[in-house]
Design a protein around this ligand. Structure first.
Ligand SMILES: Nc1nc2c(ncn2[C@@H]2O[C@H](COP(=O)(O)OP(=O)(O)OP(=O)(O)O)[C@@H](O)[C@H]2O)c(=O)[nH]1
Ligand SMILES: [Mg+2]
Length: 522
């Protein structure tokens, strides 16, 4: 319940295959056409997330997120669904259950969105019986209502079903702790500046609050807060909000970023220990397999290291460490969605058990520790713990240095040059240089070239990959490293020169070879 005693704020998300009438139905229910882009109108499909407020007959208001059904936009659907409390799964009477009907249902299941309503759309075109029976198997607990958007048939029954479902949900208003908002849109408004929108997952935010934008660690301040197009003093957990931010450039905040209030315990991470669960029809997940991990409105490629055996079978659960190629910003207890890259498919999901583990394997103590954490038996796993998580263990507590460390860590394998670091942290060149020296001494930054520093973790990963290249090919060249790591020539060159100076490699003509070359058979 909200402090004023009203019902908790809830967000309804659409789901379903392309062309199955999601946007038309949202339009018929809310009076708002949520496809805004010219390309959406030309192609007659949704591409981006759409938003509208929905007034229920009893006067309660829901926020609606309308998602695209096209198979190429499932990642957008996952971002939209990550903030919802209940679903409206749309299945066309004349088409029945199709691939993205199943895939969206799997995403909802993995996100833990269990409640919602099944709308059998286009009931004016075909008998809804078959589609209804097929879809029931996917969401057996959902009330089903046949509807026709153009004929406005079934809308009253649908609203009643939604109202009944909403009445049974607790919402996120009970989520205490520091504020965090997963950004799903960012834009700039004339006279207002940078605006971000998203669902407030926890805590509350109001005008004047200091915030940080992760993973880059930018600092800003909330200028104003809007809920349903109206300015409010403060917004609560569970509300869809628009925040006007000062001190943050529009180009520096994008979908996937996390806006956190003071004292938030979240931090960007390149490793996550999670309890994974694979969908029943998924291929087994093997050690080292590369996949996409979705969290909040963000996603990152990762390799999976199962901790209980060599693989995870279809329909099974198991602990694994996800080694991420780009940072995520999760807390223990958050949900993840796992997608295979080629061919793309949602194969499962997970529950974050340790959002910042060290690199480890499946030794029995680790597994036992994670099992305890997964059951929520240790206070360390409580997501509402307001204490800030420590940054690199040896880093000095100087807040300016910590801010730089955070930026470096967030930039991963392509850190911005020192001058840009200084600008982003609001420091002079001299202050930034001092902070960087302190971080180097504490082992929280590594100088790789003149005016270029790396966070030690992504640097270690790059080093590992270059060493692997040398072991495979006998040598590494600037062009080869650039192509293999998908980086620029400048970074590739800086990295190789750094490895030469570290005596990992040595230069031979245009190539670099390992100093202690292991024999290919050993
Ligand atoms: N006859 C009939 N046509 C419908 C109905 N609902 C939607 N349509 C039509 O079906 C087409 C697709 O509808 P949309 O609402 O755009 O479908 P969608 O599920 O939002 O599609 P994507 O967002 O691209 O996944 C449009 O031409 C609609 O006018 C319905 O109940 N009856
Ligand atoms: Mg649509």
């Amino acid at each position: 319940m909200k402090p004023d005693g009203g019902p908790p704020p809830l967000t309804l998300g659409t789901a379903g295959h392309i062309d199955h009438g999601k946007t038309a139905l949202v339009g018929a229910l809310t009076g708002r056409h949520t496809d805004r882009l010219a390309e959406e109108h030309q192609r007659g499909i949704s591409i981006e997330l759409g938003y509208a407020p929905l007034e229920l007959p009893g006067g309660r208001r829901l926020s609606v997120v309308d998602v695209p059904g096209h198979e190429r936009f499932v990642r957008t659907m996952v971002a939209g669904a990550s903030g919802i409390d209940l679903f409206m799964l749309c299945v066309a009477a004349d088409d029945g259950v199709m691939p993205q009907t199943r895939e969206h249902a799997a995403v909802l299941r993995q996100l833990g969105v269990e409640h919602g309503v099944l709308a059998v759309t286009k009931a004016d075109l075909a008998d809804p019986g078959r589609a209804l029976a097929e879809a029931r198997e996917l969401v057996p607990q959902a009330e089903a209502v046949p509807v026709s958007a153009p004929e406005r048939r079934g809308l009253a029954e649908l609203l009643e079903a939604l109202e009944g479902c909403a009445a049974r949900l607790p919402g996120r208003a009970a989520a205490p702790g520091p504020a965090r908002l997963h950004v799903d849109r960012s834009f700039s408004l004339r006279g207002i500046g940078t605006v971000v929108t998203g669902t407030l997952w926890a805590g509350e935010l109001g005008a004047g609050d200091s915030v940080s934008v992760l993973p880059r660690g930018l600092r800003g301040r909330v200028r104003s807060v809007e809920v349903h197009d109206r300015t409010v003093a403060r917004a609560d957990a569970g509300q869809r909000v628009a925040l006007a931010l000062s001190g943050v450039d529009r180009r520096d905040v994008v979908r996937g970023d996390v806006v956190c209030g003071e004292g938030a315990a979240v931090a960007p991470t390149y490793r996550v220990d999670a309890e994974l669960s694979l969908e029943r029809d998924a291929r087994p997940l093997r050690r080292g397999e590369r996949l996409h991990v979705h969290h909040g409105t963000r996603e990152a490629p990762a390799r999976v290291a199962p901790l209980e055996g060599e693989r995870l079978d279809a329909g099974a659960r198991g602990l694994a460490q996800l080694r991420l190629e780009a940072p995520l910003v999760p807390l223990a207890g958050d949900r993840l969605v796992l997608r295979r890259l080629a061919p793309p498919a949602t194969i499962g999901g997970g529950l974050v058990v340790d959002p910042e583990p060290r690199r480890h394997g499946g030794d029995p103590e680790q597994v036992a520790r994670l099992r305890v954490l997964a059951r929520g038996e240790l206070p360390a796993a409580a997501p509402a713990e307001p204490a800030a998580r420590p940054l690199p263990a040896a880093a000095p507590p100087d807040p300016l240095a910590l801010q730089i460390a955070e930026l470096l860590r967030a930039d991963g394998p392509r850190p911005r040059p020192d001058a840009e670091l200084a600008a982003a942290a609001g420091l002079s060149a001299r202050e930034a240089a001092r902070a960087l020296r302190a971080l180097e001494q504490a082992g929280a930054a590594v100088r790789v070239a003149r005016n270029l520093h790396f966070h030690p973790e992504p640097l270690a990963e790059l080093r590992r990959r270059v060493v692997a290249m040398c072991e495979r090919d006998g040598e590494a060249t600037v062009a080869g490293v650039r192509d293999e790591l998908g980086t620029s020539r400048r970074y590739a060159q800086a990295l190789l020169e750094h490895l030469d100076s570290e005596r990992v490699t040595r230069r031979v003509g245009d190539a670099h070879v390992l100093r202690t070359r292991r024999s290919p058979t050993g």
